[in-house]
Design a protein around this ligand. Structure first.
Ligand code: SAM
Length: 258
């Protein structure tokens, strides 16, 4: 039974790191006039209202994107996408990764989004209504395995689990490696939390062994609430495109301005 709802966390510091890197990668990949495939395994609902009582209850966006957006350079693709989303959906709108992706991609690109939670899936269906995407309500990594290698072969996969099940730290690297074997040219991006318990460390050690060509980027921040176990956010990127290390360094500098 899934209970995680991203509305409580949308626009937090982890989203800023993940979404800024995702926008950079998609911006870079779409500079070439060749179509690509975008696969997302844990899509969420795609569009969030930061004035909702859920978002205001945690105040995570207020300590996240609300603080860092104006410190991002105006030409950053993430900042441009945020402005586009507000122009379409209002001042308190915040895009989830599927919306950032569809706004970054072109009609020739193929987009596949999985979301298991019925309510979140319905929200995703509504937020994607104007876009030609393929939606699935099934386990995202199993769906990714079924879709890979995709056509076109060039492309990006974002894996952004909620890590609600303890076994996720064991099963995710296995499925990630299986996708990597089937799609060895794909840019595979996995988000993970940095936890006081160190529960993420063994997963990362396995991932580093399985995927020699990777970039690992981490930012640290104070816990959002006393006793909260997340003290940072990480992205593990296999086959990082040219310029990703520089884009990641820019995000590191951004977090120094917190
Ligand atoms: N990627 C989104 C973004 O950045 O806007 C946020 C995704 S949220 C962290 C994780 C989502 O995964 C939740 O909406 C949850 O319902 C969904 N989920 C959990 N387990 C799943 C699974 N096995 N397959 C697909 N979706 C799943």
């Amino acid at each position: 039974m899934l209970s995680y709802q991203h509305i409580y966390h949308a626009g937090n510091l982890a989203d800023v790191q993940k979404h800024a890197l995702l926008c950079h990668v998609l911006d870079y990949m779409t500079q070439k006039d060749k179509p690509l495939t975008y696969i997302e395994t844990h899509a969420g609902r795609g569009l969030y209202d930061l004035s909702s009582h859920e978002a205001e209850k945690t105040g995570e966006a207020a300590g996240g994107i609300s603080v860092l957006e104006r410190k991002l350079r105006p030409s950053h693709p993430y900042r441009k996408r945020l402005a586009e989303v507000r122009a379409r959906h209002g001042a308190s709108a915040y895009p989830g990764s599927p919306l950032l992706a569809v706004l970054s991609l072109r009609p020739t690109d193929q987009i596949h989004l999985s979301e298991l939670h019925p309510q979140e899936h319905h929200g995703l269906y509504l937020s994607m209504a104007d876009f030609p995407v393929h939606l699935y309500q099934r386990d995202g990594l199993q769906q990714a395995l079924a879709l890979t290698p995709p056509t076109p072969r060039r492309g990006v996969m974002l894996i952004d689990p909620s890590y609600e099940i303890k076994d996720d730290y064991v099963t995710i690297p296995k499925l990630f490696a299986a996708v990597g074997r089937k799609w060895n040219v794909g840019v595979l991006m996995l988000w993970y939390p940095i936890l006081t318990s160190g529960a993420h460390l063994e997963m990362l050690a396995t991932m580093e062994e399985n995927h020699p060509d990777h970039l690992r980027h981490e930012v640290r921040f104070p816990p959002v609430r006393e006793g909260h176990r997340m003290i940072g956010s990480g992205m593990f990127i296999v086959n990082p495109p040219w310029g990703t290390a520089e884009a990641a360094a820019e995000i590191t500098d951004l977090f120094k301005k917190l």
